[in-house]
Design a protein around this ligand. Structure first.
Ligand SMILES: NC(=O)c1ccc[n+]([C@@H]2O[C@H](COP(=O)([O-])OP(=O)(O)OC[C@H]3O[C@@H](n4cnc5c(N)ncnc54)[C@H](OP(=O)(O)O)[C@@H]3O)[C@@H](O)[C@H]2O)c1
Length: 256
């Protein structure tokens, strides 16, 4: 694949951004907004090749630059090969957004080992895998922005989501530890914790659950993928250079 150059204008002009799980939802919205600011975006996905390709086409249609690359973030070796390929093509990584995530909800007593392990593997270990392989390059560059997707559920807990809540609490632990380790080399690591956002992930929830959630949101509406993407782009920008180890909630006031 030929190397692509991003938009010349924009506050992220020429930066190389990797967004995991960017074929749909929040990841796709973040990829589009990063590209609109001039970043060259690597759209990572796992199974949805068609959706990823559509995201790429939308970015390029808007004058941005993007490429699709499949990788299951839960697989350590595959992540290593994925980052190696990004570096072979672009030579650097300026922004890493660890967004790929799944749910496998069930009550604690009924949750299977597989349901627990898979959610931890994708959401938590996937975040570790990507930071592990990307940070070496960012350390060499002496710069970088890492943004991890947590959730307000990682702070409050949620019935039926012990696996998901544990993974998202773990993401906050990774964020703060990595922020401390990498700060001296100009790399910031922050998390965004969305509340209830309208995506495929929440579309499967019953009307009863949706209404109960909406009742807990002071701003009175669910968030959009763009609401979260705006926070991601801010934390990835130069303007956020003095912010590290923080968790920015995008939740309409749901948790405070
Ligand atoms: N929606 C919410 O209300 C909400 C709230 C709090 C936090 N979050 C977090 O925000 C992030 C994005 O959520 P979303 O609502 O946008 O989810 P979504 O619409 O379900 O999209 C999930 C994305 O993750 C990718 N993905 C799943 N497993 C993967 C794997 N093993 N390796 C690589 N990519 C994988 C999917 O790609 P494929 O389709 O190719 O598998 C897809 O692009 C997640 O971390 C989620 O936990 C969401």
């Amino acid at each position: 694949m030929m190397e692509k150059k991003g938009r010349t204008g924009g506050r992220l002009a020429g930066r190389v951004a990797v967004v995991t799980g960017a074929s749909r939802g929040i990841g796709k919205a973040a990829a589009k907004k990063l590209a609109a600011q001039g970043a060259i975006v690597v759209i990572n996905y796992c199974g949805s090749a068609e959706c990823a390709e559509k995201a790429r086409a939308e970015i390029e249609g808007d004058g941005g630059k993007a490429v699709c690359m499949a990788c299951d973030v839960s697989d350590y070796e595959t992540c290593g090969a994925f980052i190696k390929e990004v570096l072979r093509q672009y030579g650097r990584i300026d922004i890493l957004v660890n967004n790929a995530g799944i749910t496998k909800d069930d009550l604690l007593m009924k949750m299977t080992e597989e349901e627990f392990d898979r959610v931890i593997a994708v959401n938590l270990k996937g975040t570790f895998n990507m930071i592990h392989f990307t940070s070496r390059q960012m350390l060499k560059q002496r710069s970088g922005r890492i943004v991890n997707l947590s959730s307000v559920v990682g702070m409050t807990g949620n019935a039926g989501q012990v696996n998901y809540a544990a993974s998202k609490a773990g993401v906050i632990g990774i964020t703060r530890s990595a922020a401390r380790e990498l700060a001296s080399r100009g790399i910031t690591v922050n998390a965004v914790a969305p509340g209830f956002i309208e995506t495929d992930m929440t579309a499967v929830l019953s009307e009863k659950v949706r209404e109960a959630s909406r009742a807990q949101i002071p701003l009175g509406t669910f968030g959009t993928a763009d609401d979260v993407a705006n926070a991601v782009v801010f934390l990835a920008s130069d303007e956020a250079g003095y912010i590290t180890g923080q968790v920015l909630q995008v939740d309409g006031g749901m948790v405070m």
